[in-house]
Design a protein. Structure first.
Length: 288
């Protein structure tokens, strides 16, 4: 059975800072509310699967916040440039043609015309996090929907903070034992800290952390899988009107719910699972 290491997007590299930059300098974009960019992303030692993954790929990224609709998402064309390791097969070499993640949230306050804010909680959302890896067959495909409740926190500062908690429904999962079932939960925290103006752009720290728990995958399979995992991304982003550059350090704990240190063999010889540790990204993108 083949398992594919997931690819991550540019990770909110321009979501808040792009909007701030636009407000300051009024650059011209295709849309005044649907903010989008195309990125070249290099990844090194990402740990969403049982083996390290290295790749250079093309990405479309978008974010929006208008009335009751809040959105972030990206679409990756994996191994687009033919640079990476054997675990990074993609669109042109019999791997996955596309990997996508979207996070639409719908404001309960605005849709119901009710102010539900209290204390530090500014607004409440029906929150979603949908992940789809197209794959070329069901053993190489992921189809996951997290759904739940989200909120924005009033920090009384320029720091942005949002929280979301979800239940997960797992359709395809590379042939894993938890397919087609409700299987666990996710807590997601996102944060944004403007740092300073630098070299004519805006330097910011952006991050998010996913805490996954309560899965039955270990109970339904074996000790090579886990019931929990953590992925925590830490981003330094330098944004201009139309260009942005980001460096990303991402910490994985049991990445992809693979148990660190176990020995596996997928037919090409035994190897040790290294699902806990750091992976890195470099992102260069154009906002349009």
């Amino acid at each position: 059975m083949k398992y594919k290491a997931l690819i991550a997007g540019a990770l909110l590299a321009s979501s808040w800072t792009g909007a701030a930059q636009a407000a300051d300098s009024d650059p011209q974009y295709v849309s005044d509310w649907w903010h989008q960019s195309v990125n070249v992303v290099g990844s090194y030692h990402t740990r969403f699967g049982p083996q390290f993954n290295n790749d250079v790929y093309l990405e479309y990224e978008a974010f929006a916040k208008k009335d009751w609709f809040d959105f972030y998402g990206y679409l990756d064309l994996t191994n687009f440039f033919g640079v990476g390791n054997s675990n990074a097969n993609g669109v042109f070499d019999h791997g996955s043609p596309m990997f996508m993640e979207i996070e639409p949230r719908f404001s309960i306050d605005k849709l119901t015309g009710t102010d539900l804010s209290f204390g530090p909680f500014k607004e409440w959302y029906f929150a979603n996090n949908y992940i789809y890896d197209m794959g070329r067959n069901s053993d190489n495909r992921q189809n996951t929907w997290y759904m739940g409740l989200g909120t924005d926190i009033d920090t009384h500062s320029d720091i942005g903070l949002s929280l979301n908690v979800y239940a997960k429904y797992q359709w395809e999962n590379y042939g894993a034992a938890n397919e087609n079932s409700w299987d666990g939960y996710r807590f997601k925290v996102k944060y944004f800290v403007p740092i300073t103006d630098l070299w004519g752009g805006k330097l910011s720290y952006i991050g998010f952390t996913n805490f996954d728990w309560g899965s039955d995958l270990r109970d339904k399979s074996d000790r090579s899988r886990t019931s929990n995992s953590i992925a925590s991304s830490h981003i330094l982003s330098l944004n201009y009107d139309h260009w942005h550059v980001s460096t990303v350090a991402r910490y994985f704990h049991n990445g992809g719910q693979w148990a660190d240190g176990q020995e596996l063999n997928f037919g090409n010889g035994p190897f040790e699972v290294k699902s806990t540790g750091w992976g890195y990204y470099l992102v260069v993108g154009y906002n349009f």
